[in-house]
Design a protein around this ligand. Structure first.
Ligand SMILES: Nc1ncnc2c1ncn2[C@@H]1O[C@H](COP(=O)(O)OP(=O)(O)O)[C@@H](O)[C@H]1O
Ligand SMILES: [Mg+2]
Length: 470
């Protein structure tokens, strides 16, 4: 049953009813003026220019992939991101190493436990250096190699897949999550960027393979004509490339271990801080797939000898008198099912699985508040984040501006809730119980403007799920 709710961060919101996509008409909606002096919760800030140019959506190329023919999708992805251009020299070196390895016959290998076409990429020395997820092999991409996903998509499309997500943009979501992580200084998402790779071990259609071998035969036969002008080989695939992190295991493994084995107080505090960073990331991007198999923990119990001897006051700490307590790290991987354009509906909620862990019952620590609260409260910071994500997402040929705006309405709403929870030192468990909210830019003259006096509409989604699985 929908309930009327009015929550105001630190400022009162005059009530203005405005419909928003899937929000139930009985939800209470409010709007507020974005006057920085009138409230302390920053949602977005403004410059003077119009937000986005209209020409960006005018071209048919920007139409969403939904409904596009298979061949069409393939052609589009081939022409996207023509080169592995990246202004990060370290990352570029890693991509070069991957390309050289492929040239030498050290091919990426499929990760069999994954839910889609994900590949471990090696360097020439056969060391794993990254995880590549091609766009057209995503869970519901047309070249997904897993027959179970094909069966889901074909036989029961309404029960599988995630209706709140834009299809076939998982690779963008991976890259977006990495950017949010970097911008907030969380340092838990291994760096992820968009690249193009080609490998015989990727899943290609029979047509692509036949075409590639015919071209090769023709080029071998006529090296001076066809051989010089025809692009040989299989088409490169565009996808996300995430740096491989070493020494980590699935969170599930370590979480079980931590149930029986007490962590030293300092290690536990450190783990709690990293855990809260994961909570902030997932909440902001509204990750719909954060099971305990989709984050990793590194916990190396081998203690480091301490320089100075410290006095122990606690019996449990005695063992750690002479050595530094072990370090613990978290890696948030598999962020491809985030950035929904609407909140999950009432029958499939896609809960955050960390909410059931005991760490989620602790109030947010001072450390996490220090790290992110100032940024999230800053209107310009949030607007910059939105602009950066726009720059990333618009590179996809299926980019749709209106869907992007909806994605950002969800994200701003999530930031609003998170800011409030951090300020009030709620726990992650209390955070996930807050009613989902959308913060939408109000259109002036039918267009979205960025101006110092921007108006936003805030709407609450109060419906409780009647059924949920993930
Ligand atoms: N960046 C990474 N560093 C180390 N291991 C990784 C990384 N990304 C994925 N893995 C490993 O590969 C497995 C599958 O990756 P995941 O991203 O979950 O793929 P899928 O989308 O197919 O579920 C993970 O459970 C993890 O063990
Ligand atoms: Mg996974």
């Amino acid at each position: 049953m929908a309930q009327k709710t009015q929550r105001t961060p630190n400022h009162s919101l005059p009530n203005v009813v405005e419909g928003e996509g899937q929000v139930d008409s009985s939800f209470e909606t409010s709007s507020y003026q974005n006057d920085p002096s009138s409230f302390s919760t920053a949602i977005v800030g403004g410059g003077d220019e119009p937000y986005y140019s209209d020409s960006e959506t005018a071209s048919g190329e920007r139409k969403p992939l939904l409904g596009t023919s298979k061949r069409g999708m393939e052609r589009l992805s081939e022409s996207e991101h023509p080169q592995n251009n990246c202004n990060d020299p370290e990352f570029t070196l890693i991509i070069r190493a991957a390309e050289q390895a492929i040239d030498c016959g050290v091919y990426p290998e499929r990760i069999y436990q994954g839910s889609s076409g994900s590949y471990f990429v090696h360097n020439k020395e056969k060391k794993i250096i990254g995880v590549f997820k091609p766009k057209n092999e995503e869970p519901y991409g047309h070249l997904n190699p897993k027959w179970t996903k094909w069966l889901h998509k074909t036989c029961c499309p309404c029960c599988f897949g995630r209706s709140c997500l834009i299809p076939n943009q998982g690779y963008m979501s991976e890259v977006g999550a990495s950017h949010v992580d970097e911008k907030l200084g969380l340092k838990i998402v291994p760096k992820t960027k968009i690249v193009r790779l080609v490998s015989d071990t990727f899943n290609y259609t029979g047509f692509d393979r036949t075409l590639a071998s015919s071209k090769k035969r023709a080029a071998d036969r006529f090296p001076d004509t066809i051989g010089k002008h025809v692009k040989l080989g299989l088409p490169p695939k565009v996808g996300s490339f995430q740096l491989f992190v070493e020494g980590y295991k699935d969170a599930e493994y370590h979480l079980r271990r931590f149930e029986n084995e007490h962590l030293p107080a300092k290690t536990l505090k450190n783990f709690q801080f990293h855990f809260e960073k994961l909570v902030c990331l997932d909440y902001i991007i509204r990750n719909t797939d954060r099971g305990n198999d989709n984050w990793l923990i590194k916990y190396d119990k081998t203690p480091v000898v301490a320089d100075t001897k410290t006095e122990s006051t606690n019996e449990e700490e005695e063992d750690w008198d002479l050595v530094e307590p072990p370090e613990v790290y978290i890696a948030a991987i598999d962020n491809g099912l985030a950035f929904p354009y609407k909140h999950p509906d009432s029958w499939r909620l896609y809960p955050y699985h960390w909410a059931w862990l005991p760490y989620a019952k602790q109030p947010f620590s001072d450390e996490i508040r220090e790290l992110v609260l100032n940024k999230l409260e800053n209107m310009d910071f949030v607007q910059d984040l939105v602009d950066d994500i726009y720059q990333l997402f618009k590179e996809d040929r299926g980019f749709d501006r209106s869907l992007f705006e909806k994605q950002m309405n969800v994200m701003r709403g999530q930031i609003l809730n998170l800011t409030e929870a951090l300020r009030q030192q709620k726990s992650p468990l209390e955070l996930v119980q807050l009613p989902p909210v959308l913060v939408q830019k109000k259109k002036l003259d039918g267009r979205i403007h960025r101006s110092p006096n921007e108006t936003y509409t805030q709407s609450f989604h109060e419906k409780r799920p009647f059924f949920s699985w993930c």
